[in-house]
Design a protein around this ligand. Sequence first.
Ligand code: GLN
Length: 492
Amino acid sequence: MSDITNLTLADLRDALKARKVSSLEATDAYLSNIEKAKSLNAFISVTADKAREMAKASDAKLAKGEGGAIEGVPLGIKDLFCTQEVLTTAASHILDGFKPTYESTVTSNLWRDGAVMLGKLNMDEFAMGSSNETSYYGPVVNPWRAKGENRQLTPGGSSGGSSASVAAHLCAAATATDTGGSIRQPASLTATVGVKPTYGRCSRWGIVAFASSLDQAGPIARDVRDSAIMLRSMAGYDPKDSTSVNRPVPDYEAALGGSVKGLKIGVPKEYRIDGMPAEIEKLWAQGVSWLKDAGCEIVDISLPLTKYALPVYYIVAPAEASSNLARYDGIRYGYRTKNYKDIVSLYENTRGEGFGAEVKRRILIGTYVLSAGYYDAYYIRAQKVRKKIFDEFLDAFKQVDLILTPSSPSAAFGLGEMTDDPVQMYLNDVFTVTANLAGLPGVSVPAGVDAKGLPLGLQLLARPFEEETMFKGAMAIEKAAGFNARPDEWWA
Ligand code: GLN
């Protein structure tokens, strides 16, 4: 088979089971795509030997008619997931040389189901960012370019390596994480499907922590079906994560066949923000009419607390980050400064040299909002508003089954265009942070392109643990949009 890497994950899975293609062939084909795509900078490390070993083991199982749900399928892993004995950096200098002695639960689940690891994907440092430009390893380049231009664009962030490598066919699918939008925004900017499941659906154990009450793992994949297959393998109860929820994992792929007739779709007026490009507004209206044509009932809803979501997020997330990142001290693992005279200067210089500017900004903000005298005014108040945002969503979900919004306020922007203004960068998360604050599942589906030919996504949000309904809605949008554009392979 000549173009194995053009198969969707679902088709590759079936071809592997039917033994029309071997996992080793698929793995070699992806490794060769990765080799040709160095200019995208999507991988921090490529684990070619390990990949071939895993592929051979999968082929042996497949030959006996055995193997898991995605046996032999080559994946990319965001470098936030600890992988045993394999360098795990969180794209930070401070984790130099860190080879975990254990495997994250999500990646263990994927290996249990037979997946093959191609390597570790680039990302924003500690998942803080929306453009992949805070990575110690340099930005990832979006495979998509504006028509007639060769300007380098962001693939979004923080899961920019995941979105770019899925869009450029450097892996069949990828893992990602989403604290405030890091799965859905990069998916939107690269015409891929990104799913942030309900908080508690995927175990956080072994994922380098950013903001523990918001972090969730999920897939970035080429289409809705592939993302459903990935989530089923990634999700599950894990006693090692006290926030993991003990309920069975549904067969999300099986749910895709269902009709969306009669589903009530909420359209929140507060997501119509000032300065939003007319094209995004138009695409949103298009999404509404697609769902209407598919038999859904459209309901105008109001979520007035939406305007507080970003300010609340930028208190809660840095607060938790400042606490989580206190552990990096240069003593037991990772980077250690050469420049110290005592224990205090060892800590200070290690952290000063090891963290990048954005991470330092978050630690400073977080430490400030948690400090005595400010704790009640900022952190406690933010927690109260967060609860109200959750209640407001639950109320809305009494009237509607799903909520439809744009995924991000703009298409892919140029590398370097927003780096001078952190607040401008934070505004990228305006449509996505609400789901993290409320713990809701959300998906971004490719829906169209702007005048420059750059992809745009639509977001669906659902009630907690109603991923199946969300997937059904996502499939309806995917079918109606019929999106099949691909970026020109300028990098190969
Ligand atoms: N862009 C957001 C931030 O910088 C979200 C990141 C994420 O979801 N990991 O915090």
